[in-house]
Design a protein around this ligand. Structure first.
Ligand SMILES: NC(=O)c1ccc[n+]([C@@H]2O[C@H](COP(=O)([O-])OP(=O)(O)OC[C@H]3O[C@@H](n4cnc5c(N)ncnc54)[C@H](O)[C@@H]3O)[C@@H](O)[C@H]2O)c1
Length: 248
């Protein structure tokens, strides 16, 4: 394989204004892709697209991934602006941590909606377009929290485990049409989401990591690139742990 890995491909990345999503978009652009970022607030997503090189390589679209209409608009922007949809990364996420005793139903529903319903909507809409166009790749962002379950994250662990189940089921439905769907389970990655954690929790998580350090967003982006590209051409329905060896 020679040349850029995503040459002339179009990728959509949800939650792309910052953190892991932005790092993925940056990596994809570096490999020849045009990207459309979807994120909840208009200004940050527009700034992120500018930072990636502006309208000939990157567009920013304000979307709420829990809305089917917004997700359709996002994918339509990719096709209208760049002519195709080749890669979809369902990455948008939130946390509303609390033990079960204190967690409200609203906090449970909010997290399930953004992660699980958002990923389902993105997977369904992208797969529909890709199967008509002869193929594509979908990367869904789970978490190691969905593998082992974390105290204070009954909502998030359920959603992230659900993403694995939905991805495997969907992968079976669309494999024959050339659409591959895989998941990433990051461990502790340094972003706004984890920097909001109390120091005590951060230190406790660090103590579980054999490699002795947190991961950087770029280290998730390189795995997303692998799953999005032909490098992983015989993989679908898989889950890749990117955790520095934590909770293996
Ligand atoms: N940082 C970690 O350690 C870690 C570990 C495992 C999994 N993850 C997952 O990786 C993904 C990215 O996380 P991050 O650490 O970069 O977090 P982040 O908070 O930096 O970024 C998440 C992005 O999603 C956007 N978003 C939230 N709700 C949205 C909605 N309804 N519609 C559209 N966009 C929305 C936010 O605005 C934000 O830009 C998430 O799915 C997260 O659960 C992160």
């Amino acid at each position: 394989m020679t040349g850029p890995l995503l040459d002339a491909k179009t990728a959509v990345v949800t939650g792309g204004a910052q953190g892991i999503g932005f790092a993925i978009a940056q990596r994809f652009v570096g490999e020849g892709a045009r990207v459309v970022l979807g994120d909840i607030d208009p200004d940050p997503v527009a700034r992120a697209a500018d930072q990636l090189g502006g309208p000939h390589v990157a567009m920013g679209v304000p979307v709420d991934v829990t809305s089917a209409a917004d997700v359709d608009t996002l994918l339509r922007t990719a096709i209208d602006s760049f002519g195709s949809l080749d890669v979809m990364v369902n990455n948008a996420g939130i946390t509303r941590d609390a033990t079960m005793r204190k967690m409200t139903e609203e906090q449970f529903d909010e997290v399930l909606d953004v992660h699980l319903k958002g990923t389902w909507l993105g997977t369904r809409a992208a797969a529909t377009i890709m199967r008509e166009n002869g193929g594509g790749t979908i990367v869904n962002m789970s978490s190691i929290s969905g593998k082992v379950g974390f105290v204070g994250q009954t909502n998030y662990s359920a959603a992230k485990a659900g993403i694995v189940g939905l991805s495997k089921a969907a992968a079976k439905e669309v494999a024959h049409a050339g659409v591959r769907i895989n998941c990433i389970q990051p461990g502790l990655i340094r972003t706004a989401m984890t920097e909001a954690m109390p120091e005590r929790i951060w230190d406790q998580k660090m103590s579980e990591i054999p490699m002795g350090r947190a991961g950087e967003p770029g280290e998730i982006a390189s795995v997303a690139l692998f799953l999005a590209s032909e490098l992983s051409s015989y993989m679908t329905g898989t889950v890749m742990e990117v955790t520095g060896g934590r909770l293996m």
